[in-house]
Design a protein around this ligand. Sequence first.
Ligand code: F0G
Length: 462
Amino acid sequence: MKTIIEPFKIKVVEPIRMTTREERFEYLKAAGYNVFKLRSDDVLIDLLTDSGTSAMSSQQWAGVMRGDEAYAGSPSFFRFEDAVQDIFGFDHVIPTHQGRAAERILFSTVCQPGHVVPNNTHFDTTRANIEASGAKAVDLPVPEGLVPSDPRPFKGNMDVEKLKALISEVGAGAIPLCMLTITNNTGGGQPVSMKNIREVSEVCRGKGIPLYIDACRFAENAYFIKLREEGYQDMDVKEIVQEIFSHADGCTMSAKKDGLANIGGFLATNDERLARREKDLLILTEGYPTYGGMAGRDLEAIAVGLKEVLQEDYLEYRLASVRYLGEHISAEGVPIVQPPGGHAVYIDAAAFLPHVEPSDLPGQSIVVELYVEGGIRGVEVGTVMFGRQDPDTGEEIPAAMELVRLAMPRRVYTQSHVDYLVEVIVAVYRRRNAVGGFRFAYQAPALRHFTAEFEPLYDVGS
Ligand code: F0G
């Protein structure tokens, strides 16, 4: 059959509250045109993030009931640990309440001022945790990773030559670890090839630098390898995952993504001495090493979720539903990061609104218009998020790309929701010439996108 169906039935439903265009206009004005400040029940289709927003399965909810809340030595922890070791293969598994807690524990244990940590592209919490330790975070994406229209299959790769050059420049002793983020979220949800993982690993192992994987979307990345990389078509996704992690020395994970859970994460390593030091820090800020800031029931939900996420029916549907959105809007001319990513479609706001300067925040305009038009909440990933204000002149220094991310929660929306998304996005695209820019009315000194307020420079919704 050519139709790829959602491989699940729906047992519990969560009603969506319908709103009118006029109501949405009022909600937006009251929120200072910042969609982070909207109430989520005023949103029809929420594509703000794929993190923690998955629908859990009946087996996961059964796990929630089985959860054992013992402070130490809970059987829920051992089920969680078994699931992680079986899939990822690391000796030591340290539970944390979410991905950034794993990052903080890792980097505050291994990084010092003067150190440098390369990555294909650091996610913002990863970068912030490295910088908080006094070390420097360096992005080394391949050049095509920064060209939205380039359709190459593994645009999430790291530039291996640049990695070698960095090691020669700063010395292996200044690099406590190298990271690869799969899939590359900041770079458009693009996958990293097995070939690239192998090459980066060889370079690192040759220099005695541990390689860590930011594993948030490991299953989606593995399925892209199965679909796109020669030699992997007949392999089980789980075997592909095991091969990926055999090239690494440890990983950080947010179970809010490919753990199919609403909260949780972990840090894993093969280094026993390091694991001891990390557990000491864990006890200080997260909790005892058999729960690490999670409830026993969360550990159970993740143990089941990690197995379900590797089911190929699920992964086929998952990548097909994101691709379906990307292909349908791009067929109508809407410029997106090509090819569509694993967890999200990224609209190229600079090409969508070429008449709006980056300093007038074109991505913000698209986010606002999608909400007014159809109650869709996306997120700006451009100058609002990554640009900054010149401290002397007050002028905006724009980001490298102006994108709007439409992240798909896992197992939450059906194909008719996606058809509705296509209709709304195309309607905004057709009236793009009437859409102008925005300016900041308020901004905080750091992470300004969360709390900023904006003023439109045109007649919104016209
Ligand atoms: N690494 C990557 C690649 C991520 O995308 C995220 C979170 C984290 C680490 C941190 O994990 O949220 O559990 O602490 N990304 C979310 C997003 C927030 O919307 O992309 P966390």
